[in-house]
Design a protein around this ligand. Structure first.
Ligand SMILES: [Zn+2]
Length: 147
């Protein structure tokens, strides 16, 4: 995802106070196509240059998630059941993910994702509501590669 031109106002309209460190973490997340974990993002922003700690990366990603600046994908289990930590996505639009056997998370091409969602029968969503009591706000689909 491209970093917004005016990060201060992008943060501001979501109630996040701008700081240089927050912008650096957000820019690093936007620069990742592979939906990094907090640890992977921490490696990328580099404590040596920025003084940003792993704890700061964690808390900032949680803040961004609460305020809609990014989305937490949840712990990803690849086909070989290797557990990974929560992954984060700066692209908050609805889109589907493909999880590779080695645990990488890739975006499904947008047109293909739209096609999958369009083919989801509305009576299935109605059944989810009637059988679980949960009204579905959005659907997240993950395609997991065979190991
Ligand atoms: Zn994504």
């Amino acid at each position: 995802m491209q970093v917004p031109d005016d990060v201060r106002s992008y943060f501001g309209i979501r109630g996040v106070r701008w700081t240089r460190r927050r912008e650096e973490i957000f820019a690093a997340l936007c620069g990742c196509a592979d939906h990094p974990t907090a640890e992977e993002l921490f490696q990328k922003v580099g404590v040596r240059d920025t003084g940003i700690s792993l704890a700061t990366v964690y808390s900032t990603l949680e803040l961004f998630t609460r305020r809609g600046l990014c989305r937490r994908i949840g712990a990803v289990h690849s086909a070989d059941q290797r557990a990974g930590g929560a992954r984060y996505d700066a692209d908050t639009r609805d889109h589907a993910h493909v999880i590779t056997a080695d645990g990488r998370v890739l975006d499904l091409p947008e047109d293909l994702g739209r096609e999958v969602l369009a083919r989801l029968p509305s009576d299935v969503l109605d059944a989810v509501r009637s059988r679980t009591g949960v009204r579905v706000a959005r659907v997240a689909i993950e395609f997991i590669e065979d190991a």
